[in-house]
Write a protein that binds this ligand. Structure first.
Ligand code: LMR
Length: 325
């Protein structure tokens, strides 16, 4: 009897009855849950756990809770987090080509960005960091950026002498320098306070980020400038990915593809709704930009293209321009 009990115990612990603990996968990002990226991350959790019941547990950390800008890439390479979706502006240290997305006035709208990302040349960029240990799963939209400040930025000369918060991108640095601004690289988590306390005078971000982080409460004017794009690449630690069993890889891949599709739909469908919410709160004035003003901004910022053409490649810029039609 005693022997039987011991045998049953051994079986339970090591054999039939024992369920292996699920594989914990951490997905960290810096924005709010309501944004396209926040929604895509939560969708990934829902789908992956449904497709691989009991096998994986996805832990999503929004709002720079686990890692903020600056730390998150290092954490991914060290294996402290498995999935991230940094803005395309934040890969400059790992690949020069992806800087293409920061060129001002390159894309007419988010549909053009979408066409370029889906082209052979665009898709090629997903593999551009594999030698650095970074696997690209796919592009994810947020939206076109809008300029904001405490003065209306109608003409590019209005930006002269103003301090602008930028993401960690040399192209964005050159963009604001081209209009006489004083750009400062700051982590996303620091932007609200920097605007509130006057450390910087202005910034640029898509509507979902402006609204969810309340930038409109600490900026007097937001321009409908659509002068550039803020999108993401969802990435993983390449070594970690390669070591996963095939069934887990398959389930995660499917969940990833579907979650990106879902996030992109949120981006397309809700961008204008976030703009409307900003307008409805009536804290910052949202100002249209005339064709003449936009042309003046485009002309002032255009030299940035040639400055980075050598790094990015003229062919790649040409294929991006083709996506505008
Ligand atoms: C920013 O730093 O402004 C953005 O990259 C934040 C984000 O992830 O959308």
């Amino acid at each position: 009897m005693k022997l039987k009990l011991v045998a049953a115990g051994v079986l339970l612990a090591f054999g039939l009855g024992a369920q292996a603990a699920p594989l914990i996968i951490k997905y960290s990002h810096v924005v709010a849950d309501v944004t396209p990226k926040g929604q895509a991350a939560l969708k990934f959790k829902e789908l992956a756990e449904k497709k691989l019941p009991g096998k994986v547990e996805i832990q999503v950390f929004p709002n720079s809770q686990l890692f903020g800008d600056g730390k998150e890439m290092e954490a991914l390479l060290l294996g402290d987090v498995q999935i991230l979706a940094p803005s395309l502006a934040k890969f400059g240290k790992y690949t020069k080509q992806i800087q293409i997305f920061d060129l001002p006035f390159l894309f007419n709208d988010i549909q053009a960005v979408d066409r370029f990302q889906g082209s052979k040349e665009g898709l090629g960029l997903l593999n551009s960091m594999e030698s650095k240990g970074i696997k690209g799963f796919g592009f994810l939209h947020n939206g076109m950026k809008q300029l904001s400040a405490n003065v209306p930025l109608g003409s590019p000369t209005d930006a002269k002498g103003l301090k602008f918060r930028i993401q960690a991108s040399d192209v964005l640095e050159a963009q604001f320098k081209a209009v006489g601004g004083n750009p400062q690289k700051l982590a996303f988590a620091e932007v609200y306070q920097a605007l509130q306390t006057g450390v910087v005078d202005g910034t640029e971000n898509p509507w979902s980020n402006i609204y969810s982080k309340k930038f409109h409460e600490v900026q007097k004017y937001i321009m409908d400038s659509n002068h550039g794009v803020l999108d993401y690449m969802v990435i993983g630690n390449a070594k970690w990915w390669a070591g996963l069993p095939p069934d887990i890889q398959k389930g995660l891949s499917e969940a990833m593809t579907e979650s990106i599709k879902f996030g992109n739909k949120v981006a397309f469908d809700e961008d204008m709704a976030f703009r409307q919410k900003v307008i409805a709160e009536n804290k910052a004035k949202v100002l249209p930009m005339s064709k003449e003003h936009l042309t003046a901004w485009r002309t002032a910022m255009k030299p940035v293209w040639s400055k980075f053409e050598g790094d990015i490649g003229k062919d790649l810029i040409d294929s991006a321009l083709k996506a505008n039609k």
